[in-house]
Design a protein around this ligand. Structure first.
Ligand SMILES: [Zn+2]
Length: 703
C-alpha cells in the first residue's frame, strides 16, 4: 500500500497500525529459493543475489490490444495482470509488492552472512545476524512452546482488582508492538499546536479485529467474520491452557468486551481531521474521564512523567470507563489472556503462528499459504532493527548518484509546485504566500538517515527469539516514550532504509524516500526520462501534495495545526476536494462495497496533484532534449504508461474488502484511471475524445 501520509501524532500508535497492516497483508511471496527455509540459517547461505531487472516501462506488462481511452489501466497493466497471478502466500500482488519481495533476497543474503559469524562482526552485524538466526531456529522455538508467556499468564491469573491490571497492561504496552494494544494505546507525539514540544498521548485501542466496523456492521459478511473470529479466539485461549468449553465461552466474552470498546472508537474518516484528535488535557482531566483505571500506577510503570497529555479520542475513554465499572474481573482476565497471546503469537511456536495465520492472513486477507519462514524473519529484522539492517544494506546497495538524481527530481517538482500555486486562479494572494512558505519549509530525506540509531543497549542473543523480539520492541517503545517532555528532535527516520515505500509527515513537514524504493522498476537509471518521471516523479509529487491535501493543509510550514487559509480559499478547497471524493465513492472496491471516497481523499488528492506536478517537471527536464518516440509510444505516452505500471496489481477479494474498510489508498486500478481521466494532458497524449470513459468532464482539480 505504498505512499502513505504519516501523522506524527500518536507516532507509536501509528507504528502499531503499520505493523498490523504489514501482518495482515504480507507483501511477499514464495520464491524459487524458498527451499531450506526451515534449516539453520547458516546452512542456507546464498551467494550474493542478483535482482531480476524490470524496466520502469515494461512492454510485456502492457495490453496493446486494449484502447487506452476506454480503460487505461488495462492498456498499461493488462499483460502484468495476466502474467502475475497472486502467489499462494500473498493476499495481493503488486508492482511494489514484487519489488519488496525481490529486495528481501538482498536482505536475506546480508543476514545469512551476518548470522554465520566467522569473520569479526560489527555490533550491528552481531545484532541483526543473531536476531535472524534466533528467528530461524524453529526447533528451539518449538521446544519453548507457550513458555515465554508463562510469567505474563501467571500475573494475569493473580489479578484481584482493576488496580492489579495496570502492571499487566503496562508490561504488554512496553514489550509488544503488534496489531493492536490492550485496552488503549499510548505514545509520544509532537504537539499538534506547538511543534517544538513532544507530549504524551493516549488513544483508542483494545480491539483484536482491524477496525470498529468489523464489530458494528450488521451485514452477512461482517457477521460471518465475527463468527470466525470467535472460533479463532477460542483456539488461542486453548493454546494458553483453557479447556475447550472455557475457551468457547471466553471467546464470546472477548467479542462482547471488544464490541463495547469498538462503539467508543472514532471512525477513520473523522480521524483524518487533526482537530478531532487534538485534546490536550491535564492528567487530572483524563482521570476524571476514566476514574476506574489506575492511571498513576500505570504511567509510573510505563516510565512516563507528565502533567498533561493529548487524549486523542475522548469518547473512547468514556466507553472504557463504562466497561471497567461493569465487566466482571474474571472476564477482564480472559480478555487480557487473549490480548497477550494475540500480540505474542508471531514469536511463539507453530501452534500459535499457524492459528494466527489462519485467521488474520487467510480468513481476513485471503492468503492461501504462509510465507516461508526466512521471509517472515527478514521482515521482522527490518521492523525491529531497521536501521542496523539498513546501515549494512545501504553500504552495499545505495549510491550517492541515486541520491543526487532523486534530489534533482525533487527540486524540479518543488519548482513545478511553486509555479502551480502562484498560477492558481481560485486562491488568494494571502493564502498563496503561506502555501509557498510551507513548500519552502519541506525537508527532503532521501536514501537513509544522516545519523544512525544506536542499538547498543538492545540485547540480542542467538537462540532466544522471543527474548530478542521483546527486547527490540521494548527498546523502540522506550525510545519513543523517552521523548515526552523534551524538545522535538528532527532528523530521525520512521521508515527503515530498505523499505519499498515513501511517505510525507505533515507535522515534520518532510518527505521520506528510503533507499529501498529508489530502484527499478520505480526508479530506473537505464530508462528514458518519461517513465521515470511518471513513476518516481509521480511519487515525489504525491508526497509533496500530501502537505496540501485535506489533512496536510491544516498544518503550517513548522508543522503546527493552524488555519493559514482565508475563509473563502478554505471553502473553495473543500468544494474542489468534494469533487474528488464523489468521483472515488462511485468506484466499486469489491462486490457491493464501494470505495470510501472520504477515507481515501488525501491519497486521491495526492495522486492527482502529484502526477500533474511530475508531468510539468518532466516537460521542464526535457524542454531542450527533444525526446524521441520509442516502442511506438510518444514520449508523453511513455510518461503515462510509466505511471500506470507503478500500480499494476492483483488482489484477493478478502483483501479488497479489508482494504475498503481500513486502507486510505484507493484500489490500484482507480489510482490509475481516476487520476489520468482528470488530466487533459492525458487525453491529448492519447488523442482521446470527449465522452470517452478516460475523459472526465468537467475534471476535478485542486493542485
Ligand atoms: Zn500517500
Amino acid at each position: 500500500m505504498p505512499h502513505s501520509t504519516r501523522r506524527l501524532s500518536i507516532r507509536l500508535i501509528v507504528l502499531i497500525a503499520l505493523l498490523a497492516a504489514t501482518a495482515l497483508a504480507p507483501p511477499n511471496r514464495v520464491a524459487a529459493q524458498a527451499g531450506g527455509a526451515t534449516q539453520a540459517a547458516s546452512s542456507t547461505r546464498p551467494a550474493d543475489p542478483q535482482l531480476p531487472y524490470t524496466p520502469s516501462l515494461d512492454l510485456t506488462a502492457m495490453d496493446r490490444a486494449a484502447d487506452p481511452c476506454l480503460d487505461f489501466y488495462q492498456f498499461a497493466c493488462g499483460g502484468w495482470v495476466k502474467n502475475n497471478p497472486i502467489p499462494p502466500d500473498q493476499s495481493s500482488w503488486t508492482t511494489y509488492g514484487k519489488m519488496q519481495d525481490e529486495n528481501r533476497t538482498l536482505l536475506r543474503a546480508l543476514l545469512v552472512t551476518a548470522a554465520a559469524g566467522g569473520a569479526p562482526r560489527t555490533a550491528n552485524e552481531q545484532k541483526i545476524g543473531d536476531y535472524y538466526s534466533a528467528c530461524m531456529d524453529e526447533p528451539a522455538i518449538e521446544q519453548r512452546g507457550a513458555r515465554p508467556l508463562a510469567a505474563q499468564l501467571d500475573a494475569i491469573a493473580k489479578i484481584a482488582s482493576i488496580a492489579d491490571m495496570a502492571a499487566v497492561v503496562a508490561n504488554n504496552h512496553i514489550r509488544m508492538l503488534g496489531r493492536g494494544s490492550a485496552l488503549f494505546g499510548v505514545g509520544a507525539e509532537q504537539d499538534a499546536k506547538d511543534a517544538t514540544e513532544t507530549i504524551a498521548a493516549v488513544d483508542q485501542g483494545g480491539l483484536g479485529l482491524p477496525d470498529r466496523d468489523y464489530y458494528l456492521k450488521d451485514e452477512a459478511k461482517s457477521k460471518e467474520i465475527r463468527e470466525r473470529y470467535v472460533e479463532h479466539v477460542a483456539r488461542v485461549l486453548q493454546l494458553v491452557g483453557d479447556t475447550p468449553d472455557a475457551a468457547a465461552a471466553g471467546a464470546r466474552t472477548v467479542l462482547r468486551i471488544e464490541t463495547e470498546l469498538a462503539k467508543g472508537h472514532m471512525s477513520r474518516v473523522d480521524r483524518r481531521n487533526p482537530d478531532n484528535t487534538y485534546h490536550r488535557q491535564s492528567r487530572g482531566q483524563l482521570k476524571e474521564m476514566a476514574p476506574s483505571w489506575p492511571w498513576d500506577s500505570y504511567f509510573r510503570q510505563m516510565g512516563i512523567e507528565m502533567k498533561d497529555l493529548n487524549v486523542t479520542s475522548p469518547g473512547y475513554f468514556t466507553a472504557l470507563e463504562k466497561q471497567l465499572t461493569t465487566v466482571p474481573l474474571n472476564d477482564w482476565k480472559t480478555y487480557l489472556r487473549w490480548q497477550t497471546a494475540l500480540l505474542a503469537s508471531p514469536y511463539l511456536s507453530a501452534a500459535f503462528v499457524n492459528a494466527d495465520f489462519d485467521f488474520f492472513n487467510k480468513t481476513l486477507a485471503g492468503a492461501r499459504e504462509q510465507q516461508p519462514r526466512w521471509k517472515r524473519c527478514v521482515g521482522r529484522v527490518d521492523r525491529h532493527l531497521g536501521e542496523a539492517l539498513g546501515q549494512v544494506y545501504v553500504e552495499k546497495y545505495f549510491t550517492e548518484d541515486t541520491r543526487a538524481r532523486t534530489l534533482r527530481m525533487v527540486k524540479q517538482i518543488e519548482a513545478a509546485m511553486e509555479a502551480d500555486i502562484n498560477s492558481l486562479a481560485w486562491m488568494s494572494a494571502d493564502t498563496k504566500k503561506q502555501a509557498v512558505e510551507k513548500l519552502h519549509g519541506v525537508t527532503n530525506k532521501i536514501g537513509h538517515p544522516e545519523k544512525w540509531r544506536d542499538y547498543s543497549t538492545v540485547t540480542i542473543a542467538a537462540g532466544d527469539y522471543f527474548g530478542d523480539a521483546t527486547n527490540a520492541m521494548g527498546f523502540e517503545v522506550r525510545r519513543h516514550l523517552n521523548k515526552i517532555g523534551k524538545p522535538l528532535v528532527r532528523g530521525e527516520w520512521y521508515l527503515s532504509p530498505p523499505t519499498v515505500n515513501a511517505n510525507y509527515d505533515p507535522q515534520m513537514n518532510e518527505i521520506n524516500f528510503p533507499a529501498g524504493v529508489l530502484q527499478p522498476p520505480a526508479f530506473d537509471p537505464k530508462m528514458d526520462d518519461a517513465p521515470n518521471y511518471g513513476n518516481t516523479g509521480g511519487t515525489i509529487g504525491h508526497e509533496l501534495t500530501h502537505g496540501f491535501d485535506d489533512e496536510g493543509r491544516r498544518f503550517d510550514a513548522r508543522g503546527n495545526l493552524r488555519d493559514w487559509w482565508t475563509e473563502a480559499d478554505g471553502k473553495e478547497f473543500e468544494r474542489r476536494a468534494s469533487c474528488i471524493s464523489d468521483q472515488y465513492s462511485n468506484y466499486i472496491a469489491v462486490d457491493e462495497v464501494h470505495v470510501n471516497g472520504k477515507l481515501t481523499l488525501g491519497e486521491d488528492v495526492a495522486d492527482l496533484g502529484g502526477l500533474i506536478l511530475a508531468y510539468r517537471a518532466w516537460l521542464t527536464e526535457t524542454a531542450r532534449k527533444s525526446p524521441a518516440a520509442k516502442d511506438e509510444l510518444t514520449p508523453s505516452q511513455r510518461f503515462f504508461v510509466g505511471y500506470g505500471q507503478s500500480w499494476c496489481s492483483n488482489a484477493r477479494p478478502e483483501t479488497q474488502r479489508l482494504r475498503a474498510i481500513t486502507d486510505p489508498h484507493s484500489p490500484e486500478k482507480y489510482r490509475t484511471n481516476g487520476v489520468i481521466s482528470n488530466m487533459p494532458e492525458f487525453s491529448k497524449a492519447f488523442a482521446c475524445k470527449a465522452g470517452q470513459p478516460m475523459v472526465r468532464e468537467p475534471v476535478c482539480k485542486i493542485w
